[in-house]
Design a protein around this ligand. Sequence first.
Ligand code: NDP
Length: 254
Amino acid sequence: MNLFDLTGKVAVVTGGNGGIGLGMAEGIASCGANIVIVGRNADKATAALEILRALGVQAAFIAADVTQKAECVKLVAETVAKFGRLDILVNNAGTSIRKMPQDYTEEEWHYVLDTNLTSAFLCSQAAYPAMKQAGSGKMINIGSMMSLFGAPYAAPYASSKGGIVQMSRALATAWAKDNIQVNSVLPGWIDTDLTKRAREQVSELHASVEKRTPAGRWGVPHDMAGIAAFLASPASDFVTGAAIPVDGGFSITT
Ligand code: NDP
């Protein structure tokens, strides 16, 4: 038995049109699963689809705003209509607004919480019936080093990413009986559009991450491919409710 064989399986990756989401989609596609990437920016998706199809699988883009429950329900229905099933859900869509806590508006707080945490809950809820019917499923939720640590500029972001870990544990306990595993991945600092903005906004961030990370470098989206393949595949069938750092050792140093 090939522990990592995903032939015939179907994965939805939110925010899979770039950055970490695309890195994870590539990992899952390289094991043979067909991929649906979800996002708002169709231009970014065109390039991502080419990369995924070059791995020999079918890939499609669904435009959706995952903060909206109706759009989450619709994207799952469209996936099942097009590919016949849904086996793997990667809740990766995310955003950040960096400010001191006293400066956030209520709208900004809700925007970050809705994009990072509520979206993951809504997509998981929407995907559950299809996975239950299939008799198995894998949900992979993207946390952060801010699931573990705090930072002055990250009150809503850290709240959402701490919430991702606890939500994953709650869903894992609820849906284990349906053979659905729910885990979270905590990336270290990865070079993407999101962190390009962070490096512009937070002085010394680039050098301080490099200095603290035992691996001595920032991560790249491809560094997330292996953990996605593992958590999407039968290799992780007895792993659930875990929160796994993929960070070059950032979280184990002082
Ligand atoms: P990107 O900005 O490259 O990716 C974010 C993705 O989320 C985009 O593809 C975007 O697609 C999608 N997205 C955002 N809002 C919505 C929405 N409302 N509906 C649908 N899609 C949405 O950043 P990263 O790749 O860095 O981030 C991916 C995840 O990884 C996030 O959850 C982030 O918090 C997390 N993370 C990142 C780290 C890093 O160092 N980069 C470290 C730890 C965690 P579109 O623009 O098309 O809407």
